[in-house]
Ligand binder design. Structure first.
Ligand code: 4NP
Length: 154
């Protein structure tokens, strides 16, 4: 089992979008991979809240739905994960602060798996939920390509 945790700040916009987008892509394109896919926030600000409605709306417009409640990331979850995929540099800093700098070898920015490494800007502030969707989809496609190369593309 390959365990993947997507991480953003609040766990109500970007990381749940990534969880649902990646789950759909993986089910469609890589059913042979045994994946455990979840998402977390570095903050507890939104604990237990559902996906932010504008983020859920963009997902729905792209044919993606799913249940979600926000949860804060714990150090144990980083220890147990194979891949911790953060959305931006601030998330990366916060995850490494949580671990005391350990496990940096499994923490990646999602869009580092694309031909154009970049942050996924926070749509909570930019209000550009479609742009976030496109960046996250690009990152998820790149990450899935990486997994298929590494773990077998049958
Ligand atoms: P996310 O967006 O990190 O993509 O889930 C945010 C959601 C909520 C807050 C910040 C960012 N907030 O400050 O409550």
């Amino acid at each position: 089992m390959i365990s993947v945790v997507f991480v953003c700040l609040g766990n109500i916009c970007r990381s749940p979008m990534a969880e649902l987008i990646f789950s759909k892509l993986a089910a469609e394109r890589a059913p042979q991979l045994a994946l455990d896919i979840t998402s977390r926030g570095t903050s507890d600000e939104e604990e237990d809240n559902p996906i932010y409605p504008p983020a859920a709306k963009v997902l729905r417009e792209h044919g993606i739905t799913g249940a979600h409640r926000a949860r804060q990331l714990t150090k144990r979850e980083v220890v147990n994960a194979d891949y911790v995929l953060v959305m931006d540099s601030s998330n990366l800093f916060d995850v490494l602060r949580l671990t005391g700098g350990m496990f940096s070898d499994k923490v990646f920015k999602l869009c580092s798996f694309t031909s154009r490494p970049r942050d996924v800007a926070d749509p909570w502030y930019t209000r550009d939920f479609e742009g976030a969707y496109r960046d996250i989809l690009d990152g998820c496609e790149g990450f899935l390509r990486y997994l298929l190369n590494r773990y077998g593309n049958k």
